[in-house]
Design a protein around this ligand. Structure first.
Ligand SMILES: [Zn+2]
Length: 369
């Protein structure tokens, strides 16, 4: 598979051990300008309906758990009529499964048998499940303070859970260290296949809206792979002439740790590392410096979107509000809903707003009293 580094422009062929560019940049699969809708398999309701469009080095995925194919449902939230996409209806109950499905299939095709990832929980569970399905061994490095429910989910799939003390970044460094002992870094932040799998959510939304583009797409951002996947997915549809514009992308962060919003508001090109103070209830967003920070800023600016940071009480209130409509999402997901108040002030009343619900409330530490 052809890959490139958006930081220095280097072009390469994907190989398991070469998990990032020499310059430190995270690989992306080569940008494509073709998208032939007749290649969508209507009989397949998972992400693999797009298997002929991903450009993978195999025709049929060997490892399947049924990722993707989530509904798009109207609901009134924060005085806005929005369309929520419950991504927690995925095999491991988070949006991560779209990316993991593609990444693990690539690694399986390459003959990889042992993988490592670092995660606050959702990506770790996803990698653990797909690794189990593929017959691979997985080691998942988690911050010691990660939600017990998420750590238990990783363990039950048979993966080795490695709790690492200290801030979130310590788990990342430990996982990268493990690659020196022969494990392959199956990183949701770095692997280009993971980002490719996330593009499927854009194509799915486009199909569900009758092959139209929404006006806004509002998503919580930690590493930001969902936002980038949506951006690249819609860009491909535009390059192929199937849509004439991109949705405005809104990144939602917790005010306690909002490195992307700070960099966006101060007009920077890259995202400096933010200082971690008190942890947020949005534990999935505990990233002091996203790996693909420059690309995230580019995505928001190119689409004339926004970055919105919200307070802890607003996140918990949004989680309650969602649940009162029947959607049990984790606080990380509710962060996007909490940002809708700000979005409604810049959107037009009849705009189409899509909000993915990225992870299940069942995975979090219960915060509702
Ligand atoms: Zn590079």
């Amino acid at each position: 598979m052809k890959i490139f580094c958006p930081e220095c422009g280097l072009r390469e062929t994907l190989s398991p051990a070469h998990w990032r560019c020499e310059c430190g940049g995270a690989w992306e699969t080569e940008e494509r300008t073709d998208f032939d809708p007749t290649l969508i398999d209507p009989a397949d309701t998972s992400i693999w309906r797009y298997r002929q469009l991903f450009g993978l080095p195999f025709d049929t995925p060997a490892v399947r758990l049924g990722a993707g194919g989530t509904p798009l449902l109207p609901v009134a939230l924060e005085n806005s009529q929005v369309l929520v996409k419950p991504e927690y209806l995925s095999p491991t109950s988070s949006f991560k499964d779209r990316g993991t499905a593609v990444m693990i299939n690539i690694l399986f095709h390459q003959g990889v048998t042992r993988v490592a990832d670092d995660s606050s929980g959702n990506a770790g569970a996803s990698v653990a499940a797909f690794a189990a399905r593929a017959g691979m061994r997985a080691e998942i490095f988690v911050p010691a303070h990660a939600s017990p429910a998420k750590q238990a989910q990783i363990a039950v799939y048979g993966a080795e859970v490695r709790p690492i003390a200290g801030p979130r970044v310590n788990a990342k460094l430990a996982a990268q260290g493990a690659t020196e002992q022969g494990l392959v870094y199956a990183s949701h932040a770095y692997h280009p296949g993971f980002l490719l799998g996330q593009q499927s959510v854009a194509w799915e939304v486009w199909e569900q809206l009758g092959r139209r583009v929404p006006d806004w797409y509002v998503v919580p951002v930690g590493q930001g792979v969902h936002l980038l996947g949506v951006w690249l997915g819609f860009r491909r549809l535009r390059a192929a002439g199937l849509i004439d514009r991109l949705p405005k992308l809104v990144a939602a962060q917790a005010r306690r740790l909002a490195p992307l919003c700070q960099a966006f508001e101060s007009g920077q090109e890259t995202v400096p590392e933010a200082e971690v103070t008190t942890p947020s209830v949005a534990e999935g967003l505990a990233i002091a410096q996203p790996v693909r920070g420059r690309r995230l800023l580019q995505a928001i600016r190119e689409t004339e979107g926004a970055c919105v940071s919200v307070e802890e009480e607003a996140i918990l209130e949004a989680q309650r509000q969602l649940a009162h409509h029947g959607f049990y999402a984790e606080p990380t997901s509710a962060t996007a809903v909490a940002s809708l108040r700000a979005v409604s002030q810049i959107a037009r009343p009849d705009d189409t707003i899509v909000v993915p619900l990225t992870g299940s409330g069942l995975k979090g530490t219960p915060a509702l009293q």
